[in-house]
Design a protein around this ligand. Sequence first.
Ligand SMILES: Nc1ncnc2c1ncn2[C@@H]1O[C@H](COP(=O)(O)OP(=O)(O)OP(=O)(O)O)[C@@H](O)[C@H]1O
Ligand code: SF4
Ligand SMILES: [Mg+2]
Length: 314
Amino acid sequence: MNERVNLLEVRNLCKKFPVGERFFGAPRHWLHAVCDVEFDIPRKSVFGFVGESGSGKSTIANMISGVHHPSSGQILFKGRPLSDAPEVRRGIQMVFQDPETSLDPRKTVRFLVGEGLALHRMGTKSERDVKVRTVLSSVGLSYEVLNKYPHELSGGQRQRVAVARALILQPELLVLDEPTSALDVSVQAQILNLLMDLQRAFSLTYIFITHDLKIVSHFADNIAVLYLGRIVEIGPVDEVVDKPRHPYTRALLDSVPDPGKALNRKPIKGEIPSPLDPPAGCVFRTRCPLAHEICRIAPEYRIVQKSRILCHLA
Ligand SMILES: Nc1ncnc2c1ncn2[C@@H]1O[C@H](COP(=O)(O)OP(=O)(O)OP(=O)(O)O)[C@@H](O)[C@H]1O
Ligand code: SF4
Ligand SMILES: [Mg+2]
């Protein structure tokens, strides 16, 4: 039987959060954190999500990994709607930004890494212990850390434990939410290299979330650029990064400092509007250098070569 090309398919995904309470308990406002997001992730590929703070990256990750329920839309994993069935849940694991908060400080590495196996009642205690040792070695940690607590480890070691904890359930999809941004610059590259080695070794599919378009461009196959909960540009990395078309993608690329050149960083003009009161028409209108009268009308997606772009003029 042929395997589906796409491991994950997402259609019209929306998430709104209630904000503030009225007298009778109804929400005062709805904050639209994710609006009509659609994308496909081919098996064994790396899919990058990029955007400024508050653009909806973690909300999407949390819906895919089951932390949040979508307000509407569909997430298909291997062609089946995402459900709470344990075998589906096991196939998708998440690594969070900051291992200091994502790992329980009162538990040892042995417990933290083996917890998923114990929860799913997989194997005997000694079989689970063998798996814990195997997965620790695959993330570059020695058995000496088994009885240590998170505070006894370095930041890089803690993130390796978080990766081991996700890998032990042999997921097919790993959702990595800014996995290196809480780490010292010196260890960021080590963790990125480890993640890429693991992806190849275990034929994993990754969703890699970052605010740095240049970092993800080194290893992603496809990239989606998010602004105020909408995908504004999506396509293969060589299109999105080498031939950016949306003014926001271009502004993001220009805002990343280039160590080779001095004084070349151009921060994106203006503040991000409140997601409680986004601009009418194109949501990037208030910061866009190309904004025009027509931009008061919301644009629809256009296909340009292999990319999909939400802009009237790009
Ligand atoms: N539980 C919640 N209740 C209300 N609003 C929320 C909740 N979670 C997220 N939001 C809002 O949804 C929007 C998207 O948040 P999200 O955390 O997904 O952004 P992000 O792109 O991951 O940002 P960052 O780069 O800072 O991590 C933000 O405006 C945020 O304030
Ligand atoms: S639709 Fe208009 S405002 Fe929006 S990104 Fe395109 S040019 Fe800029
Ligand atoms: Mg986030």
